[in-house]
Design a protein around this ligand. Structure first.
Ligand code: GAP
Length: 511
């Protein structure tokens, strides 16, 4: 593929062409940063959700699930700090009239310095070949050290300014760094302003009696307000967790990059309630556990990195992002936050209800601390999908497009084809389909030559194809073709389930 931008365009068009993602209300020219999941997309998304849910809820005896409503009492958002502090600093370029997040402009500028450092490392790697020692090189090379120091300096200045809510200082930093608008190329910036990201709505029939509500900007608060309900009815003892998946809404200032930053999206969050003072132990535990979960899918360990936060959110005493190498570079995929007792205490204050736990070992009540893991389902979708889409040159010089989705996540697990549309082959192929569909999402296809059908399923991400031919009528064997290797095996119909079972078992992947 020519470059990352081309690769990303290819990802977007492939997602549409193969029925994964459509723009919302396309017939009306769409709605910015809102997307619909199509026939294959909905399956991939469901499978990712299930992979997360099973690993969090079923594999941990002390984690249970919840499905709280999207609409919540408006005081929730006052207590959580979202009414006062859930805003992004925005800045407009007066020439292009384009709007940006001021912190993102600065972060992108700082990232360019990291890219320069990476270029030095790549050059040295080539020059010194096997003798190259990266650890030594990055700690002694003046250029790499210089770039990284400058980057750190910029990010900590920005964090300081944002912490102090010094918006004119943020603008001055943008000017000092000489940051230009990517569209107009000019430095003609407006002042920086804060912009609240929550969507407002109304509950009630008449304008006079209606109550102002918000669409939830995170699922987490549904967990906090139910903390005591779940703890008591589930007889949960600390440490324990509550997991939830569901929609969240943010009126993002700059919504770009396809499903990376949406205005309506889905989160998979887990709040883990711990004894005060033990939160850092659990924070480290969840950092490692979540990274292991990502690695289990085989997208390549080098595609992930931690990014510890310089500027902490109003509720956190430690926070990190698991970043993934998207086609447009390393970006946040999941956040792990040590949220202290901020949320439970705030809800206690605003509701007047005690949200505490009586610890039978310590024989005392306390407000638990919380470690949160929070991943965007749509972002995870993009990570998996973009990483899996590959263009391959085969031995005979021809090319094939293959979507190497982890088999456990693939929308269609098995495609079944009769070699031709007569001689009883379709009937037999349909019978095999009907048997397999009790356990798997199976697709029957008899259109076009079989080679073309294989290619279609490769591009669709289907890990296995079964072909029924004349020999099947004689000896009840079929050909099974593996998407990734294109290897074909002759096996008995009765063996199909056994052959595919391991690749399609959650246990195999999660272990
Ligand atoms: N409860 C904590 C919380 O919401 P966050 O870092 O704001 O933390 C968590 O969001 C995750 O949700 C992010 O890591 C990202 O994967 C996803 N996310 C956030 N905003 C998003 C958006 N506008 N579009 C898609 N995913 C988003």
């Amino acid at each position: 593929m020519a470059n990352n931008e081309d690769q990303f365009k290819k990802v977007i068009s492939h997602a549409k062409e193969y029925g994964y993602i459509f723009g919302s209300s396309e017939i009306y020219d769409g709605l910015s940063a809102v997307y619909d999941y199509a026939q294959n997309g909905v399956e991939l998304k469901k499978n990712i959700r299930e992979y997360w849910w099973k690993s969090m809820v079923y594999m941990h005896q002390n984690i249970v699930g919840l499905d709280a409503a999207i609409l919540m009492h408006p005081t929730t958002w006052k207590a959580s700090g979202h009414v006062d502090a859930f805003s992004d600093p925005l800045i407009d370029n007066k020439d292009s009239k384009k709007r940006y997040r001021a912190d993102v402009l600065i972060e992108d500028h700082a990232e360019k310095l990291e890219n320069k450092a990476q270029k030095e490392i790549t050059k040295a790697k080539k020059r010194f070949a096997d003798a190259f020692n990266e650890t030594e090189f990055v700690s002694t090379n003046a250029r790499v050290i210089g770039y990284r120091e400058k980057k750190a300096q910029i990010l900590s200045s920005m964090a300081r300014l944002l912490e102090a809510e010094d918006l004119s200082g943020v603008k001055a930093l943008i000017e000092e760094l000489g940051i230009v608008c990517p569209v107009s190329g000019s430095k003609n910036w407006t002042d920086v302003k804060q912009f609240n990201l929550m969507f407002g709505t109304k509950l009630g029939a008449s304008a006079e009696t209606a109550t102002d509500l918000y669409l939830r900007p995170e699922t987490a608060q549904g967990i906090f307000v139910n903390f005591l309900n779940v703890q008591k009815t589930g007889r949960m003892r600390i440490p324990f967790g509550i997991a939830q998946t569901g929609k969240a809404f943010r009126n993002e200032i700059v919504a770009r990059q396809f499903i990376f930053r949406m205005r309506e999206f889905e989160q998979m969050e887990m709040q883990f309630f711990v004894r005060p003072g033990q939160e850092m132990k659990w924070y480290d535990y969840w950092k490692q556990t979540r990274l292991k979960w990502h690695h289990s899918l085989g997208l390549g360990p080098d595609n992930y990195r931690f990014h510890d936060h310089e500027k902490l959110a109003h509720y956190a005493n430690a926070a990190t992002d698991i970043e993934f190498k998207f086609p447009f570079g390393f970006k946040e995929l999941e956040g792990i936050h040590s949220r202290t007792d901020f949320d439970l205490k705030a809800h206690e204050t605003h509701s007047g209800k005690k949200l505490q736990f009586f610890d039978p070992e310590l024989k005392e009540s306390y407000t638990p601390y919380v470690v949160e893991t929070s991943i965007g389902l749509d972002r995870m979708f993009l990570a998996v999908f973009s990483n899996s889409l590959q263009e391959e040159t085969l031995e005979d010089g021809s090319t094939r497009t293959v979507l190497r989705l982890p088999a456990i996540l693939a929308p269609i697990k098995i495609a079944v084809f009769p070699l031709i549309k007569r001689d009883g082959l379709p009937e037999l192929a349909k019978q095999i389909t009907e048997d397999l569909q009790w356990d798997y999402n199976v697709f029957y296809d008899e259109k076009d030559a079989v080679g073309k059908r294989y290619r279609r399923q490769d591009a669709n991400g289907t890990p296995f194809c079964i072909t029924v031919d004349h020999q099947t009528l004689e000896d009840k064997t079929v050909t099974i073709r593996h998407r990734d290797t294109m290897e074909q095996q002759r096996i008995a119909i009765s063996e199909i389930s056994g052959v595919v079972a391991k690749s399609l078992s959650m246990k195999h992947w999660l272990q």
